[in-house]
Design a protein around this ligand. Structure first.
Ligand SMILES: *[C@@H]1O[C@H](CO)[C@@H](O)[C@H](O)[C@H]1NC(C)=O
Ligand SMILES: *[C@@H]1O[C@H](CO)[C@@H](O)[C@H](O)[C@H]1NC(C)=O
Ligand SMILES: [Ca+2]
Length: 545
């Protein structure tokens, strides 16, 4: 007893003198580290049952943290998913969609004219209000023209690229994708930053790792809270790994990429521990969309038991691996059955920083801290969009499809298959099938693979429909779609580092970007973001290889 009393008094004295002297440091909000993978699937981690068990660091992260098996992206494609993460809003609200064709996904290829609008409030800009220093490492994908760059939207630092590492193009008509440090272009993929398509060798993950480690060390030394968005892309085709990892996986080149990313995550978490800031750093690991089965098995991953993959609104396209880690706060070794969304990372990060989400706009993200810290579950819908079309919704364990579609017969016959080896009659359709009156409903608990629609004559179906209908009605009635940003492509905006040499655009036919169309005739430079839709053309674009 005496010892306790003495200790307490001593502690009190210490507190008092610190307060008197004014040296008690202001409590610093936790650092935030979002590890976003590219096209990594739900089934790619050992902790999710991947049989070759080649992700020891991520499995350990899960063992020390919390796994979210029911965690979703907001769109089955890179750009809209990333816009949703950083705005906390569905892409239909932020304008990260196209109206060029029903249910068409769109992203930001080199020739895209649009990007993230200035009216959107991005997470790093908001975190600045709580004193955070922020950095993005890796793929941005919210528009490549200078006004759309990360430093114009709240990030303090950037090392990475505005786009995918497609290529090599190596010609004047189509430049290789640039790599930036902050505002300055420092090279291009396949040139200063080589990717050997033959061997799969690239050092990019190592470079991205060093950027992360250096940033963390620098912020820790400056006692500044930091937000690091580590948006690496080694698992997006063309997949790559550095020499020490090449040929080490039982899963081929894709597995090599995973192993290097897993190793990098291990190194980042180890640094946090070594610096003594693990208990003051919230880390979340997830992916931007489901595994790209069109590239599997050599260049694509696994969506575990789920149907189809990237580009689709079946579970394989939308459900993501997700691990939260915050030692001393999030209890270790837990599984949360909260339905989570990539947009929750926005709201949760603000909550960690002691900030409120903006009140002047609809925010779709939920604060996950009650789920992580107290085990609370919140009932909430997950909406599945392709472009501006609401394809499906999940509420509790029931998922209702209002539209089913994989891709067109035309594309499918060319060998582009979003659901290889999976054909569920009437579900994985190649024509767009409308079910808005009587949705196809699946019980994701009994049938995670979406193979057995409930009988529309069953009481279970009617009960599920009765719960789902008002939620969808409310969502659609309140929805104010943003101005579509991804409608227009123009080759003149590919090269931002030099002035357009001739000031004219040359008609070059349809570009190989998904979702956007090219203007049919020269237009003033820069072209307007297609308010009247005059440049819009409902033609199926060619798919990327
Ligand atoms: C990766 O880095 C190593 C060591 O510096 C170098 O030998 C190799 O050529 C690099 N590979 C690529 C593809 O850049
Ligand atoms: C899937 O199966 C259905 C019914 O057996 C068949 O009509 C359809 O052509 C199949 N689709 C594909 C892509 O093979
Ligand atoms: Ca992606």
């Amino acid at each position: 007893m005496a010892a306790v009393a003495v200790a307490t008094r001593w502690w009190l004295l210490l507190m008092l003198s610190a307060a008197e002297l004014g040296v008690a440091p202001a409590p610093q909000p936790p650092n935030i580290l979002l590890l976003l993978m590219d096209d990594m699937g739900w089934g790619d981690l050992g902790v999710y049952g991947e049989p070759s068990r080649e992700t020891p660091n991520l499995d350990q992260m899960a063992a020390q943290g919390m796994l979210f098996p029911n965690f979703y992206t907001a769109n089955p494609l890179c750009s809209p998913s990333r816009a949703a993460l950083l705005t906390g809003r569905l892409p239909i609200r932020s304008g990260f969609y196209t109206t060029n064709g029903h249910a068409r996904n769109a992203y930001t290829p080199q020739e895209i004219v649009g990007g993230i609008p200035d009216s959107e409030l991005l997470l790093p800009a908001l975190l600045k209000g709580a004193g955070y220093a922020s950095k993005i490492v890796g793929k941005w994908h919210l528009g490549h023209r200078p006004q759309f760059h990360p430093l114009k939207h709240g990030f303090d630092e950037w090392f990475g690229s505005p786009n995918c590492h497609f290529g090599p193009y190596d010609n004047k008509a189509r430049p290789n994708i640039p790599v930036y440090r902050d505002q300055e272009m420092v090279g291009r993929f396949y040139e200063e930053f080589p990717i050997n398509l033959k061997t799969g060798e690239a050092n990019l993950t190592q470079i991205y790792l060093q950027e992360a480690l250096e940033f963390i060390q620098r912020q820790q030394a400056a006692h500044r809270p930091f937000f690091l968005y580590w948006a690496v892309d080694a698992t997006h085709a063309p997949v790559y790994a550095s020499k020490p990892f090449l040929g080490t996986s039982q899963r081929g080149r894709y597995g090599d990429a995973i192993r290097e990313l897993d190793d990098s995550v291990g190194r980042i978490l180890r640094l946090l521990r070594d610096l003594g800031i693990a208990e003051n750093t919230f880390v979340f690991f997830t992916s931007d969309n489901g595994a790209a089965l069109i590239s599997a098995p050599r260049q694509g991953g696994s969506n575990g038991p789920f149907l189809c993959g990237k580009q689709t609104t079946f579970e394989g396209g939308m459900r993501e691996p997700a691990i939260a880690w915050w030692p001393g706060h999030i209890p270790a070794g837990q599984v949360s059955h909260q339905l989570g969304s990539i947009m929750d990372l926005f709201t949760t990060s603000l909550s960690l920083a002691g900030l409120e989400p903006p009140r002047d706009r609809a925010i779709d993200g939920l604060d996950l801290l009650p789920a992580m810290l107290q085990g609370h579950l919140t009932d909430r819908p997950i909406f599945y969009y392709r472009g501006n079309t609401l394809m499906a919704v999940t509420l509790g364990l029931y998922k209702a499809h209002f539209w089913t579609w994989t891709n067109s017969w035309e594309e499918f016959k060319q060998g582009i298959d979003f659901c290889p080896g999976q054909n569920v009659s009437g579900v994985t359709t190649h024509s767009q099938e409308e079910h808005t009156k009587l949705p196809l409903i699946f019980h994701l608990g009994r049938d995670p693979g979406e193979r057995f629609p409930l009988s529309i004559a069953s009481i279970e179906y009617l009960d599920a429909l009765r719960r789902i209908t008002p939620v969808v009605q409310q969502h659609q009635e309140a929805l104010v779609p943003g101005q579509p940003q991804l409608n227009v492509c123009n080759r003149a905006v590919m090269e931002q580092d030099e002035p357009n040499p001739c000031g004219m655009w040359v008609w070059t036919g349809w570009v190989d970007g998904l979702g956007c169309s090219q203007p049919v005739s020269p237009a003033p430079h820069p072209p307007p973001p297609n308010p009247a839709g005059v440049l819009r053309m409902d033609v199926q674009p060619k798919l990327l290889p």
